[in-house]
Ligand binder design. Structure first.
Ligand code: BGC
Length: 338
């Protein structure tokens, strides 16, 4: 297991490891050119192997977020008994998901970027999922200050696939002031309603007139303690927002901005959803880089993906991957300043 560091012509740096495809550091400048590492994480690969319960920086697979009741059917084949790691439900790919496996890494480069291509074969039946799945994830750092993620996969049996990256951001620096003061804007007028366990009910509801409305930028802190049961039942924001764009098109999902530093993060994706998670389950039990203790809500995630539990909701965009098809997905993080 190794670390790989990418650096662009402007001095931005992204460090990753082939263990879990984890992005462990992202160094970006503030409006005065001062760099900070805005990704929560650990210093060593051993710590990631030992206790990355929060999925800091990791690739999530085979299925990002939850599968209700630990089962589903795909093209008539029943899949049951997926690992229950979330009170009767299956979260983030199971016991040994893509965040905990060794990927094969290859450095790549091209016009205006350097990167790493990660490859992993998940064998038929691994974590209960059908099909040998050959997955690649390419991370690129471009000279336009973008971190690009390109996911591809093929399977030899009908299966489901819904990868994401689980980076936690704090634009003030991973050890900086609370990101609750960050402004967040989500390009979403709808979200998928869920039960208290985070499993979609199947309803797709409007954000209008509720604290779920991030169409205009507002601080996370202004609404995270909302009395609205939609928010409070999840301990804050931990919801799938339906991105306003055409299916498959690379479109804007989210903007986060830290007025104090001027750092801005824009997230574009081809995926239909983004799980906005305000780090509600961080609780000070994880000590990260440089001995910094990650308290509740000290980082937030913008996980671009298909909707949670899609295999059990026929009206959600489909996550089925069949033999002969190539799964392709792209997410672009743009780092800027105001
Ligand atoms: C989920 C949260 C979960 C977190 C860390 C997020 O994607 O939606 O409910 O606690 O990941 O596992």
């Amino acid at each position: 297991m190794e670390f790989y560091t990418l650096e662009n012509k402007n001095g931005l740096k992204l460090k990753l490891t082939n263990f879990g495809g984890i992005v462990s550091e992202i160094h970006v400048p503030d409006r005065d050119g001062k760099f900070a590492d805005i990704a929560l994480g650990f210093d060593s690969i051993e710590e990631y192997q030992d206790h990355n319960d929060a999925y800091f920086g990791a690739i999530i697979g085979r299925f990002g977020n939850r599968i209700g009741g630990c089962g589903f059917s795909v093209d008539g084949a029943e899949v049951s008994g997926l690992f229950d790691n979330d009170e009767g439900n299956h979260l983030h790919g199971g016991k040994v998901g893509f965040d905990k496996v060794a990927w094969t890494a290859e450095r790549i480069s091209g016009e205006g970027y350097t990167g790493v291509k990660l490859s992993y074969r998940s064998v038929d039946g691994e974590e209960g999922y059908p099909g040998n799945l050959d997955a690649t994830v390419v991370y690129k750092l471009t000279d336009a200050n973008e971190w690009v993620i390109e996911y591809e996969a093929v399977s030899d049996k009908a299966t489901v696939y819904n990868p994401t990256n689980h980076s936690y951001f704090n634009l003030a620096g991973h050890d900086g002031a609370s990101p609750l003061s960050h402004e967040v804007q989500l390009n979403a007028k709808l979200f998928t309603a869920c039960d208290a366990g985070g499993i979609p009910t199947g309803e797709v509801l409007s954000v209008a007139g509720t604290d779920m409305d991030f169409r205009a930028a507002k601080t996370i802190g202004s609404a995270v303690d909302s009395a609205d049961p939609v928010v409070s039942s999840r301990g804050g924001f931990d919801h799938n927002f339906v991105i306003d764009k055409k299916p498959g098109e690379l479109g804007l999902a989210a903007v986060a901005y830290d007025a104090a530093s001027g750092r801005e993060l824009k997230v574009y994706t081809t995926e239909p959803g983004v799980q906005f998670y305000s780090g509600n389950f961080l609780d000070g039990s994880l000590t990260g880089k440089g001995g910094h203790v990650y308290e509740k809500r000290s980082g937030f995630c913008l996980e671009t993906q298909h909707f949670p539990d899609s295999p059990n909701h026929g009206h959600f965009p489909m996550t089925t991957l069949r033999p002969g098809e190539v799964f392709c997905s792209k997410t672009v993080h743009v780092f800027g300043v105001r």
